[in-house]
Design a protein around this ligand. Structure first.
Ligand code: ATP
Length: 256
């Protein structure tokens, strides 16, 4: 709807960025997200941690409206991602894995494509591209093919496209998983520059990354919240790794 913004009164600035209440998602007998109560505050970086299979991706898919809850609710900027999908999408950016960028497009063409998919056109699109190219130092590569660039630059492109429509919530999945130490620092610095006037939800396995970037973290295990709080408090304990070990007697992950 023209003129409707991601922060209209029903998604007032007082709402958390994400609020899950009793959120549950089953796949057959497997409960991927299990009665999750989680509030992600606005305008800070929040880390979502957990071992493989803990339920992080399923949670993100519930937040983005790609999956329906089996039970419970989730609200994003005060709105339901399924019933108010368009408003939620307008207020949300998703920095996808670099493998899901379009390697055969030039960077400028890819950003035009991504911005058009977000409903931008004309001067608004040109201005948005200029803004993100500047913010992520992509000026020297706009005419290069995405697939010919380093993983670190591709990660900055993934972030840039997520910011084109200037959303208040940006979800970043495994931002530096396959990067060398220098590229990791570059991406961390780009991410740190985003915090303040927007919320970053960063899904990561990397505790150093969570410590470097996130004000708060939550740790999932078998779909349940096992810890949540200020990053230093949650990750500063003597046996942080125990948060990631399966609970005694837990059912093993089924083999594909
Ligand atoms: P990773 O870090 O490996 O990506 P994750 O924390 O993101 O793991 P999920 O991908 O959310 O975990 O998976 C949680 C559980 O739900 C796993 O047991 C997984 O096998 C199961 N699962 C996820 N998606 C499906 C699906 N579409 N069908 C059946 N089971 C699924």
């Amino acid at each position: 709807m023209a003129g409707e913004s991601a922060t209209t009164p029903s998604s007032s600035a007082a709402c958390p960025a994400v609020e899950a209440v009793g959120l549950t998602r089953r796949f057959g007998a497997r409960v991927a997200v299990d009665g999750l109560d989680l509030t992600i505050p606005r305008n800070a970086a929040f880390g979502l941690l957990g071992a493989n299979g803990a339920g992080k991706t399923t949670f993100l898919r519930l937040v983005t409206g790609l999956l329906l809850p089996s039970r419970g609710t989730v609200r994003v900027n005060g709105r339901c991602p399924v019933r108010e999908a368009r408003a939620v999408q307008r207020g949300l950016g998703f920095a996808m894995e670099t493998g899901r960028l379009y390697p055969e497009l030039r960077v400028a063409g890819f950003l035009r494509f991504a911005g058009s998919a977000r409903g931008l056109s004309g001067k608004a699109l040109a201005d948005a591209i200029e803004r993100v190219v500047d913010a992520f130092s992509l000026g020297s590569v706009t005419q290069r093919l995405v697939g010919h660039l380093s993983k670190g630059t591709q990660q900055r492109i993934a972030l840039a496209q997520a910011l084109l429509h200037d959303p208040p919530l940006v979800i970043v999945d495994e931002p530096t998983g396959s990067l060398d130490p220098l590229q990791r620092r570059e991406v961390w610095s780009a991410l740190a520059g985003l915090v303040g006037r927007r919320t970053l939800l960063i899904c990561t396995h990397d505790l150093e990354e969570a410590r470097a970037l996130c004000a708060r973290v939550a740790v999932l295990r078998a779909g349940q919240l096992v810890a949540e709080g200020a990053t230093d408090a949650v990750l500063g304990g003597a046996d942080t790794l125990s948060l990631f070990r399966p609970a005694p007697g837990a059912a093993p992950e089924p083999r594909a």
